[in-house]
Design a binder for this molecule. Structure first.
Ligand code: GLN
Ligand code: ZN
Length: 764
């Protein structure tokens, strides 16, 4: 008999209880006992929810106070020495110090690095490896969680992050050429002990996550897999080797040849691999991830059932497990909380709780026990979504059909455009600007909240925003910023603000998803063809422009970022959705130009994170991502200057695509690495203008004028003076005015000082 399994459940709780408890603990407002009680309550609640849904295989150990990779770091004792000795047990404070750094009792230790978990918007703590590092079992959390579930009457399947992925996801420090995989022999005994203890406690199966099996692997990594699993498979627990987020592809033979009892594959992202895996399964139990763990759409149950029946015919039903594609950590918890959503939209969706029901329905149907009503409701919802006029907009489709290469081209090439722009704008050398947002103070947030709750009128809110915008324009004139911005005070979030004004976008009330640690985001979802209802930003940009003679930079979020930070419809290629958004942004760009805005920035901070996991797929993605950006930008006259912004610094491998965006100016993050990151631009001879951030806005520190001058000199060493803009790293919305004021004053002074020197040397 096929079983229904889950791979992981959202941790945060329906009312974000975990977030609240953890943050209260950090503030000293909650005791550790109370925090751990909340955590236990959540674990029990979620286990029972899964049990009551009828799930056969319930995970334990998937819950974490912060991050599951950090839990693994604690488990194997890979605690960097700056956090002190752990002596066999990582304390709660050490655990959180690794996550967030710690400043107390005269000590000041920085946090460990954090990075994106594969191509999701979840961030994990990056393991640090240094020469001579030793591993010992230093946290028994995964064992304790299994025992806790057992005592509550649930024999769970513990989840651990596998040793090879753990190493591959980490970073080596100190010595050049140190290879994380070299730590495998030292690491395996700790994993063996964990599995032994779990086995002794009665765990017959363990889910061991090895998502790196869907990546391009070196030969050494492939060998590491063989070594690791030859050893771990002898401990006694049956291992469910778990892969997700893509196809095994060239690692398929490796994965199926490892001496484990089970293999989980992602059949949502990579349905085509199912038959191949079954053909090579060697009698393993195959877990089919058939319900999308990363999106919010209802599963087409009939289609999924067909697929499962096909698998059961080819293989054997009792060697098949039905599961979500990956941990449900990446979906919101429960659709039932969405009491404000209209019935039609809601009928198309399934959140984590509903996905469990789908898995159980599929299991029962595969056993010949088809819940007729549930299946026919599902069929009706799927059919409605296929034809709904809310999704399929003829006007958008007609416009898409007419898109041609011409729509991706500015009138003239950069060299011609920039001459016209220089004449029209008449800016000094090293022009100063910012990335868009100014501090979102408590006052601004409070006013927005009041407005949303109907406690103040629209006029009052508007008047307040006008005042804030006026003040910030005046202040920028006062400190002599060459290209001021309006401050983005009217925006809650750079995606939400636009999504709320576009057709095809919808929002949830409670669709929180963990982004990192206690931080959750509520991504909008794109359900239908996207188009613009009305101008979205013209009102505030035009208002700001009316206050000053300087060119006020218009500020938009680009199509790739709008796509990347939303749940995206799964009934058409992402590239199609992206281009629809691009057309909507294009309309806005053209309207801004009409309203007298001569510089328009289209932010694309998410361009790089959209890169596919496999190198072979990069080209296709970059092609449509670049095209989308160009569509959004290309509707304007040569004189209108298009800027873009990206808040990161790794450009080496995508610099051609960055150049292909053909933005007139790009601002990037460089201040933290002292401009080294300009290398890619210099080696490539990037032709357009660049604003390498000289002020690190991620830290509350106020940089000095001389520091920023030093950074500018470094940029001047490698770029032409006419090519360089002076700006911070990113938007200032998370900073306070007390830091922003002196920092920007110093930035303008730095630009002026360098400008003078250049002019002097040019005159000489
Ligand atoms: N214009 C946005 C801002 O200044 C850009 C934010 C971002 O790059 N993430 O806030
Ligand atoms: Zn940024």
């Amino acid at each position: 008999m096929a079983l229904a399994a889950n791979l992981g459940f959202p941790r945060v709780g329906a009312a974000r209880e975990l977030k609240k408890a953890v943050e209260a603990y950090w503030k000293g407002a909650l005791s550790s006992t109370a925090l751990l009680d909340t955590a236990k309550e959540l674990r029990m609640r979620h286990m029972n929810l899964q049990k009551n849904a009828g799930v056969d295989i319930i995970p334990s150990g998937d819950f974490t106070l912060y991050d599951h990779v950090l839990d693994t770091i604690a488990m194997v004792g890979a605690v960097p020495t700056r956090y002190g000795a752990v002596a066999g047990d990582v304390s709660l404070d050490t655990y959180f110090a690794m996550a967030r750094g710690s400043q107390k009792d005269g000590t000041d230790v920085v946090a460990m690095e954090m990075t994106k978990w594969f191509d999701t918007n979840y961030h994990y703590i990056v393991p640090e490896f240094r020469k001579g590092m030793k591993f010992t079992l230093s946290s028994r959390k995964v064992i304790a969680d299994f025992v806790e579930a057992k005592e509550a009457g649930i024999t769970a399947r513990p989840v651990i992050l596998g040793p090879v992925s753990f190493l591959l996801l980490g970073k080596c420090y100190g010595e050049d050429g140190l290879d994380a995989l070299s730590f495998l022999p030292d690491l395996l005994p700790v994993y063996e002990s964990v599995l032994q203890e779990l086995h002794a406690q009665g765990a017959s199966w363990v889910q061991i996550d090895e998502p790196c099996l869907v990546l391009d692997l070196s030969d050494a990594a492939k060998e590491a897999y063989k070594t690791a699993y030859a050893r771990l498979s002898t401990v006694g627990c049956s291992l469910m080797l778990t892969t997700y987020f893509g196809a095994l592809k060239d690692n398929l033979a490796l994965a199926t040849s490892l001496p484990v009892e089970g293999l989980h594959i992602d059949v949502v992202r990579a349905p085509e691999q199912m038959d191949d895996v079954l053909a090579h399964a060697n009698g393993k139990v195959i877990s089919l991830g058939i319900v999308d763990g990363r999106n919010i759409w209802k599963t087409d149950l009939s289609k999924a059932l067909n697929r499962l029946e096909h698998a059961a015919e080819r293989y054997s039903a009792d060697k098949i497990i039905i599961a979500p594609s990956c941990s449900l950590l990446h979906s919101p918890i429960d659709l039932a909380l969405e009491t404000d959503m209209d019935a039609e939209l809601k009928s198309w969706l399934a959140f984590a709780t509903q996905k469990l029901d789908e898995i159980v329905l599929l299991r029962d149907a595969l056993h010949g026990n088809k819940h007729v009503i549930a299946f026919s409701n599902n069929e009706a919802a799927i059919a409605d979504r296929q034809v709904s006029i809310r999704i399929h907009d003829k006007a958008v489709q007609a416009r898409m059909a007419k898109l041609s290469a011409k729509d991706t081209e500015r009138h003239s090439a950069f060299d011609d455009r920039i001459e016209k722009q220089r004449t029209a704008l008449n800016l000094p050398l090293l022009p100063t600007t910012t990335i868009g947002s100014f501090p979102q103070t408590q006052e601004i947030r409070a006013m927005r909240a009041k407005f949303k709750k109907g406690e103040i009128t629209e006029q009052a809110y508007d008047a307040f925003l006008e005042q804030a915008t006026t003040d910030v324009i005046r202040w920028q004139e006062e400190i002599d910023i060459d290209v001021p911005v309006h401050g983005e005070f009217e925006r809650n979030d750079m995606v939400e603000y636009f999504g709320e004004q576009l057709n095809g976008y919808a929002f949830t009330q409670h669709g929180w998803v963990q982004s990192y640690g206690s931080r959750c985001v509520k991504p909008p979802f794109i359900y239908g063809d996207v188009s613009r209802k009305n101008p979205m930003t013209v009102r505030w940009s035009a208002f700001a422009q009316s206050l000053t003679k300087r060119p006020v930079k218009g500020m938009l979020t680009g199509p790739v970022t709008m796509l990347q930070w939303s749940f995206v419809r799964d009934d058409q290629p992402r590239s199609t959705t992206c281009k629809q958004i691009a057309l909507a942004v294009r309309d806005e760009v053209v309207d801004l130009e009409q309203a007298g805005i001569t510089i328009i920035q289209i932010d694309e901070p998410a361009l790089r994170e959209g890169l596919p996991l496999r190198h072979a797929d990069w080209k296709d993605y970059l092609t449509w991502a670049v095209e989308s950006f160009r569509i959004s930008a290309a509707g304007v006259q040569d004189e209108t200057q298009i800027h873009t912004h990206m808040c990161y610094s790794e450009f080496n491998d995508i610099i051609h695509s960055i150049a292909d965006l053909d933005a007139d100016v790009i601002s990037i993050e460089t201040s933290r690495s002292a401009m080294e990151l300009l290398d890619a631009f210099v080696d490539f001879k990037y032709p357009n203008e660049i604003g390498p951030g000289v002020y690190d806005i991620h830290s509350p520190r106020v940089p000095s004028q001389s520091e920023m001058e030093h950074l500018l000199q470094k940029a001047l060493d490698v770029l032409k003076p006419e090519q360089i803009w002076v700006n911070p790293d990113c938007g200032l919305k998370t900073r306070g005015w007390a830091e922003v004021r002196p920092a920007l004053e110093a930035m303008v002074a730095a630009a002026k000082a360098q400008r003078q020197q250049i002019e002097k040397s040019q005159a000489a």
